[in-house]
Design a protein around this ligand. Structure first.
Ligand code: SF4
Ligand code: SF4
Length: 267
């Protein structure tokens, strides 16, 4: 570990606290970038036990809002992830399903199969691939560097069609061409952090479901979702990310995403 990677934040008076979705939604000072970046330094000096240190760096969901706000752009999420990776194995990526020979693949992240509808509207033949972990996005971001090579080999140059920002990030890192489905035109806009975090008065920087956060920190993830729903104030909102839209709907939001069928009940 290079202590210099952490000291800027450790001595910072929490200048990015107000943009961190976890710190804002939970009200926990231990969720601030400054607090979490202090943990590796304390662990290195033997002040914190290894298990406490892992717990103390667990409340970052990787949105990048602190880095965007920071005057010296410390890559907090990446540094915390790099520190945790050798101490706590990243989640295992799901095996990739078999796909057909077509050069275009619709990547499905839920039970909803929009690939037939999309293929008919575009007049092209497609194959589809269902993934429960956004092509291993969390595993990749949390340190499994084999994910990108496996996706590149499996999809082998196919064009990826997706309504998920996480899938898009993995596919682009794998060197694949990607087409994102457009966000539906409805109400206000909820911006996904996958397109760059945009903390603002109408939402937090992230919906709370990113990078396996609900599985790792369920209470905090729920609080981030509920705070976003409260900020939306019951308004119908369109989100370009299907996974964010579903997550916020599950917490009471009126969100519509790019893969929801026309006439969805939540619209
Ligand atoms: S990311 Fe920047 S603003 Fe946030 S704690 Fe670190 S040094 Fe301070
Ligand atoms: S990357 Fe996001 S969740 Fe992590 S500390 Fe920064 S603002 Fe908070």
């Amino acid at each position: 570990m290079n202590p210099a990677d952490f000291t800027t934040c450790a001595y910072c008076p929490r200048l990015c606290r107000h943009v961190c979705p976890v710190a804002v939604a939970t009200g926990m000072e231990s969720a601030t970038a400054a607090a979490m970046m202090t943990v590796p330094l304390l662990a290195d000096r033997g002040v914190l036990a290894p298990a406490d240190a892992l717990a103390g760096t667990s409340l970052c969901l990787g949105c990048g809002a602190c880095t965007l706000h920071c005057k010296v752009q410390v890559p907090v999420a990446e540094r915390l992830s790099a520190w945790r990776a050798p101490r706590l194995a990243p989640p295992r990526p799901e095996p990739l399903q078999e796909i057909g020979p077509e050069p275009t693949v619709c990547v499905l992240t839920s039970a909803e199969d929009w690939s037939v509808r999309w293929a008919e509207s575009e007049g092209v033949a497609v194959t589809s691939l269902r993934t429960g972990d956004s092509l291993g996005h969390a595993a990749w971001r949390l340190g499994d560097l084999t994910v990108i090579g496996a996706v590149a080999a499996h999809l082998n140059g196919r064009t990826v069609i997706t309504g998920s920002g996480a899938v898009e990030e993995v596919a682009k890192a794998a060197g694949l061409p990607v087409r994102r489905l457009p966000a539906p035109v409805a109400g206000t806009i909820f911006s996904s952090c996958h397109g760059g975090p945009r903390p603002g008065p109408g939402q937090l920087a992230c919906c709370g479901r990113r990078e396996g956060f609900p599985e790792r920190e369920p209470a905090a993830a729920r609080m981030v979702a509920e705070e976003n729903v409260r900020l939306l104030g019951g308004a119908l909102a369109s989100c370009a990310d299907e996974e964010c839209a579903r997550w916020l709907r599950a917490h009471g939001g009126r969100l519509v995403g790019p893969t929801d069928p026309p006439g969805s009940p939540h619209v």
